[in-house]
Design a protein around this ligand. Structure first.
Ligand code: PXP
Length: 243
């Protein structure tokens, strides 16, 4: 079975569109769990454009599944994470102007800084994944940093147009999953996944966890969040059985 991490950031995006108290992303935690979420994922961004510090604290109190904090490697975020102690953290690059995370973390060439962040989080009992492009150089550097997992960036695969381009990007993800597992890294994947493109990724046998946000929250507008999560879980169950 593949774990499904439900990223609830965009419930907070909707709240921030009005800068009022609703909808509260913690409500999404309960419904995602009822739909079968194995993990709640949230990204506390430097600019606090969606999730706020108080959301993280509240969600850590109420979630009955593990909480995965996506975070940039900054002193502030390391201080917040080591104090809050989520179950796991995924280190991501962050640029203020971006609409969403663009590209994976450049681990290669930054092994010292990334390794120190991994060590500080591990020290606080937090297991650490690195969000990286499906590139062998990044995988090797991730293993060298002592990360527990890599989350393979599926955004380029999801954005590929035409069967040939999709096949090339899927091939990169498949090869990266094999290489990451050889390096002893747990393999996660995410970004841009939805009910139409998730199946081939879910069929990659090394993939243990997918983190999905925007498409689930978008679908929840029409189906409800519990149903949208349950629908995705069912797809993952079917595809994992076909591995
Ligand atoms: N994984 C990581 C590391 C991310 O930064 C994001 C976006 O916050 C996601 C997964 C989820 O991406 P999406 O919202 O496109 O499903």
């Amino acid at each position: 079975m593949i774990r499904l991490g439900v990223n609830i950031d965009h419930v907070a995006t909707l709240r921030e569109a009005r800068r009022i108290a609703e909808p509260d992303p913690s409500w999404a935690v309960v419904l995602a769990e009822l739909g079968g979420a194995d993990q709640i994922t949230l990204h506390l961004r430097e600019d606090r454009r969606h999730i706020r510090d108080e959301d993280l604290a509240k969600i850590l109190r109420i979630a009955s599944v593990p909480v995965n904090l996506e975070m940039a490697i900054t002193e502030e975020m390391l201080r917040i994470a080591t104090a809050a102690r989520p179950h796991c953290a995924t280190l991501v690059p962050e640029k203020r102007q971006e609409v969403t995370t663009e590209g994976g973390l450049a681990v290669a060439g930054q092994e010292t800084a990334v390794g120190e962040a991994v060590a500080a989080l591990n020290e606080a009992g937090i297991s650490v994944g690195l969000f990286v492009d499906p590139d062998p150089e990044q995988l090797e550097a991730s293993a060298a940093c002592g990360a527990h997992a890599v989350e393979l960036h599926t955004g380029t695969y999801c954005a590929a147009v035409g069967a040939a381009a999709v096949a090339v990007e899927l091939g990169r993800l498949q090869s990266a999953a094999v290489r990451a597992a050889e390096l002893g890294l747990a393999v996660h994947a995410g970004h841009g996944l939805n009910v139409r493109n998730v199946a081939p990724v879910a069929r990659i046998s090394q993939v243990e966890e997918l983190n999905i946000g925007h498409a689930l929250i978008g679908r929840a507008v029409f189906l409800g969040l519990q149903a949208a999560v349950a629908e995705m879980k069912e797809i993952l169950k079917v595809e994992a059985a076909r591995r």
